[in-house]
Design a protein. Structure first.
Length: 501
């Protein structure tokens, strides 16, 4: 029985530097909690790193650590200090526990990769501050107190780089508003799991959430409405600038979306001239329907200057290379022309547009990104023209769908069983072509509080993080699930009210 157990343990270890017989010997030598760390499971890391070599033994940290780091670790150092504060591990120059951070020049680490070596001390190296930042996140997940209140780390060498550049999450702040404080928390939480794109769906029929100079009614009227039961509100330009900086310090790019030319009732309610003359309902909307509103495309002299003003200000506020122009769920004979013009406007402003998949019918420059959201949408013709895609197929990535079948206040139009964690993990980006990355989406028609948002986002966002970062050969659902259990203390540390089954 014991031998079988050991075989089972050994079979669990991926990329392990310790031989099986050595491991069996270790098993008899070590104390219980050391055993747990050195062997039996995968390291408690999400997303799982690309390469791990484990060595025998552990490193026990003293009650304090000393950090040795270059000036240029300008976000990695503060990130590490935040983690140390969070776990109450003090800094002390005379400590025997050293954490060395260094910039190196190793092409295989790329722009975001890192190497973390835990031996008699901790060495973290990367080509860039971003790489160091991600190494800090990995280290932070290993800094979990054992039962006896000690930090005991496995001796390992981890070399890690992301699979995809785009590791995203979308929050719909238009149907129901999310306050700045929540977004900050969310950015911090995303970064802990190496997610790096926060797409903000800023406008829709039920609300307009971003201040646009010269158009005060967008936020006076559009900012005051919300879906029924949801929260209203808007972000001032100052708040956006602060959020952008907060996110930059955590290597998260804020990607703004103004949804055009449909999903625009809030804008039309604010400025009635944006509607066609025969439209009668010009009031704010708080229902759940989609696809009924549009900017008037037969009044180009009114519509395009508005669109240009909004895009110009978004570009000034958000440094993101990509600006999302929406483009979903609308029928209009002039739709394709509109999308083509809007994507070129973004280009003239020095950025690149993203459009939901429907925008692929327009004559767009091939560097425009398309966001795939219907599992079955035929994106092939757009791929043939050279477009790259963000993967958000709704039956895997729509986290406004239930954590389980029939969860209250969730949608099921895309998948009647909801999108349980296992389903979220089953998306295989490698089955698609020309993929820049993965993005899960939380629409907010039915999500009206911070707690509900936490419940819809976590732990499923851990699946998004791993799909986007970790290569297919290291992904395995049972192992992932056991690592989800291991990172629960981290979710608790971050005060996340995650869904618990
Ligand atoms: C589809 S996905 C939408 C949203 C809804 C969502 C609800 C997409 C581009 N449009 O307007 O909020 O379904 O699940």
């Amino acid at each position: 029985m014991k031998i079988l157990y050991l075989l089972f343990i050994v079979s669990f270890i991926v990329g392990c530097g310790t031989s099986d017989s050595h491991r069996a010997a270790l098993d008899t030598e070590l104390g219980t909690h050391e055993k747990a760390i050195v062997q039996d499971k995968q390291l408690p890391l999400i997303p799982y790193p690309q390469s791990i070599t484990r060595h025998s033994g552990t490193l026990q940290l003293s009650q304090s650590v000393v950090l040795i780091a270059p000036q240029k670790a300008s976000t990695a150092m503060p990130a590490l200090i935040r983690v140390l504060d969070e776990i109450n591990l003090k800094q002390d120059a005379s400590s025997a526990s050293k954490i060395h951070i260094q910039l190196v020049d190793e092409p295989i680490l790329g722009a975001e990769g890192y190497r973390l070596i835990i031996n008699n001390d901790i060495k973290l190296s990367a080509n860039s501050d971003a790489g160091l930042f991600y190494g800090v996140q990995t280290l932070s997940q290993l800094l979990i107190k054992q039962q006896d209140s000690l930090f005991i780390l496995p001796k390992v060498e981890i070399t890690d780089t992301p699979t995809f550049a785009w590791r995203g999450n979308m929050l719909d702040v238009a149907r129901s508003f999310l306050p700045v404080e929540y977004l900050k928390q969310h950015i911090e939480r995303m970064a802990r799991f190496k997610l790096n794109r926060l797409h903000l769906h800023l406008t829709d029929d039920q609300g307009w959430r971003v201040e646009i100079a010269g158009y005060p009614k967008l936020t006076e009227i559009g900012g005051a409405s919300a879906v029924e039961g949801g929260r209203s509100g808007f972000y001032t330009q100052d708040q956006i600038r602060q959020l952008v900086k907060f996110a930059q310090d955590r290597h998260v790019t804020l990607v703004p979306e103004v949804d055009l030319p449909g999903h625009t009732q809030a804008a039309i309610a604010a400025y009635n001239r944006l509607a066609c003359d025969d439209v009668t309902n010009l009031a704010p909307y708080n229902g759940l329907e989609v696809g009924f509103s549009k900017l008037c495309l037969t009044k180009p002299e009114t519509t395009y200057p508005f669109v240009k003003d909004v895009l110009t200000q978004l570009v000034a506020l958000f440094p993101s290379k990509y600006i999302h122009i929406g483009g979903d769920e609308i029928k209009d004979p002039l739709y394709a022309e509109f999308i083509g013009r809007a994507t070129r406007m973004v280009e003239e402003l020095g950025r690149t547009a993203i459009a939901w998949e429907e925008g692929s019918v327009a004559d767009n420059n091939p560097d425009v990104l398309l966001q795939l959201w219907n599992d079955k949408y035929d994106i092939q013709p757009a791929l043939a023209r050279g477009h790259q895609i963000i993967l958000s197929p709704c039956s895997y990535t729509y986290f406004d769908h239930g954590n389980y079948t029939g969860q209250a206040n969730t949608y099921d139009w895309c998948r009647k069983e909801g999108v349980p964690l296992e389903r979220a993990y089953q998306l295989n980006p490698q089955n698609f072509k020309q993929v820049i990355g993965v993005e899960s989406a939380m629409w907010s028609e039915l999500v009206h509080t911070n707690e509900a948002a936490d419940n819809r986002l976590w732990p499923r966002l851990l699946a998004t993080a791993e799909l986007a970062w970790t290569e297919e050969r290291h992904r395995d659902y049972p192992r992932f699930l056991s690592r989800v259990d291991s990172v629960i203390p981290i979710l608790d540390r971050l005060n996340i009210k995650y869904y618990q089954d």
